[in-house]
Design a protein around this ligand. Sequence first.
Ligand code: NAD
Ligand code: ZN
Length: 342
Amino acid sequence: MKHLTLKTTNGSFEILIAESLKNIRDYLPEKRAIILTDRHVASLYRGQFPDLPVIEIESGETNKNLETVNDVYRKLIDLEADRSTFLLGIGGGIVTDVTGFIGSTFLRGIDYGFVASTVLAQVDAAIGGKNGVNYSGYKNLIGTIRQPRFVICDLEMLRTLPTEEVRSGFAEIVKTAAVRDASLFAFLEDNIEKAVSLDLKVMEKIIAECVRIKTEIVSQDEKESGQRRLLNFGHSFGHAIEKVSGLTHGESVSIGMCLSVDFSVKRNILTPESSARLKNLLTKINLPTRILFQKEAIVQAMRKDKKRENENLHFVFLHDIGDARTELISLSELKEFLDDLC
Ligand SMILES: NC(=O)c1ccc[n+]([C@@H]2O[C@H](COP(=O)([O-])OP(=O)(O)OC[C@H]3O[C@@H](n4cnc5c(N)ncnc54)[C@H](O)[C@@H]3O)[C@@H](O)[C@H]2O)c1
Ligand SMILES: [Zn+2]
């Protein structure tokens, strides 16, 4: 088991990699706890939950909204939750986002922790203290930044994930290595078959490295002004592709990263060899590297990017494997690049 501590402006918290849901009692405070999970996770794991009240939300992105939050507030009141109640979220990124948001707002904030049960939650969603829900068609529009008490990454739970969920999580793993850590990237290249088949030893190293990288970035930049933007690599295009194509988040980010390295090569800041390494790795994970898309729709979707600043976007370019840098570029320059590509 690997143990990391994230120190932030409002305290520190523990991340335990390769710890098990079965030992959750060791981490819960003496005081009262309530579990928050989704229906799907409950159907698979409820038998392993400790004997505590359970609130179930519906699975799926469309349910990550204020209506769900409202229902949970109501149930917490019915369960007579008070300021000393601990909220334990068990599930993927939707459960951890909703748990973090409710934990941050109910009674102006109660303690909470996570058992992250998807690859994406373990390397990304559960780490960093951002939480939130969708509103009126906009992703994560309403939320807070507040850290949980602990995050447990149970690697055994990943075995019940559908293949596409595993792949989606791997897009974020590749992203993390590509922007910050050439040796992790090389490790992925050497061990990708074992990794995608969820070999425990290999996954323990990969998840721990991704968590270390994200926590390093977050502790330098909790509110996302500089370093944290690097984690948006592939996401400016990715979010737009996800909106217009119906592909999964991971598939869209995979294509987004490929477009970003094409753009980097075009600007002569990345070698074609490094770009090919990224695309090869994504191909081995069975993630798409290109799409026949409507560029107009993508540029339109990029205009709605909430990270846009007027007509400009902080775009993440790759200068080398492990070396990403952001640059403020105009939407018209992005459109020009897409035009040239088609
Ligand atoms: N807060 C952040 O910093 C941050 C970062 C990245 C993503 N996110 C958010 O995370 C969400 C996506 O996370 P996700 O991909 O984990 O989605 P998710 O929570 O919807 O989980 C995906 C599916 O897998 C199921 N599942 C969860 N654990 C399982 C297991 N062990 N075995 C079988 N099935 C399981 C879920 O019920 C769900 O159907 C998005 O809403 C996104 O906005 C947040
Ligand atoms: Zn992402």
